[in-house]
Design a protein around this ligand. Structure first.
Ligand code: IPD
Ligand code: CA
Ligand code: CA
Length: 267
């Protein structure tokens, strides 16, 4: 059985909202955008802000009472019964440099448990959908994590937060140890939501990053889990609703990765 947006009301709204945001992003992508720096190397633009407004508007039209946790201003801090976790533009740095590898990420949680997820790359018209118990689907085709049993059979994805201090040093140390496991390669594509989807599609055996926010992983996390993989912090604990590290894998490789990324964990 396939998964269509119309199958579930929350998935339908998430998909419509992702498309609306995608249209806004593509307008700015083609016509240029003013950039501001939130912190060193952490860039934001009108595209992020407008896309977020478009998403929140659509969710609230259909579900007026639902809470929102989104990167550019809607900050629900406690877990609500109905919570939407949104990154209107993941991969801002790629977007601003003209690289068509960025995404809208929208997830709906019920009592803290992810129920539906949409990750949409409008530049490549690449759609990733997941729903609890209904699998992970890319452009209508069901996806599964890699079958690799050893790190020397895989590509590993990594992300760097904007930090140029301890997290960066820890990431570099972990990368060196991962290379020592004779992995096929390490990739840093710059869009955590899509990196997670790449674990779900079986391209990466695992992906890790030492600082990610709930909106970075909200959509991709359910995609990995529904594709048969596992997602925790890089210490092996359950993911919280605040910034923390993240390790996603096909499940089989989780412990081997934890031995490395847990060892180099910055805190
Ligand atoms: C960033 C991207 C990047 C990751 C950063 C995130 P943004 O999100 O996901 O791949 O390494 O940690 O903050 O700022 O482009 O939404
Ligand atoms: Ca992000
Ligand atoms: Ca963002």
């Amino acid at each position: 059985m396939s998964l269509q947006p119309a199958d579930l009301p929350e998935l339908e709204v998430a998909w419509q909202a992702a498309q609306a945001a995608g249209e806004i992003l593509m307008h700015y992508y083609h016509n240029g955008v003013d950039v501001r720096e939130k912190a060193t190397s952490d860039l934001v633009s009108d595209a992020d802000v407008e896309a977020e407004h478009a998403i929140v508007e659509r969710i609230h039209q259909r579900f007026p009472g639902h809470a929102i946790l989104a990167e550019e201003g809607h900050s629900q801090t406690e877990v609500a019964e109905h919570l939407w976790v949104i990154d209107p533009l993941d991969g801002t740095t790629n977007f601003l440099h003209g690289i068509p590898h960025f995404a809208v990420s929208i997830a709906y949680y019920h009592n803290g448990v992810p129920q539906v997820a949409v990750v949409w790359n409008p530049a490549r018209e690449d759609q990733f959908l997941a729903a609890a118990g209904r699998g992970a689907w890319r452009n209508g085709v069901q996806q599964h994590v890699a079958e690799s049993t050893h790190l020397n059979q895989c590509l590993i994805g990594v992300g760097f937060y904007y930090d140029r201090g301890r997290s960066m040093e820890a990431t570099l140390a972990a990368i060196a140890d991962i290379f020592r496991q004779q992995v096929h390669g390490i990739r840093r594509f710059g869009t955590a939501a899509l990196d997670l989807c790449h674990v779900g599609c079986g391209y990466y055996g695992a992906f890790f990053e030492y600082q990610l926010a709930p909106w970075d992983f909200g959509g991709g996390r359910l995609f990995v889990e529904e594709a048969g993989g596992k997602v925790t912090t890089a210490r092996g604990t359950e993911l919280p609703f605040h910034k923390d590290s993240l390790l996603a894998s096909n499940g089989v490789l989780h412990q081997a990765m934890l031995d490395i990324v847990g060892h180099h964990h910055p805190e």
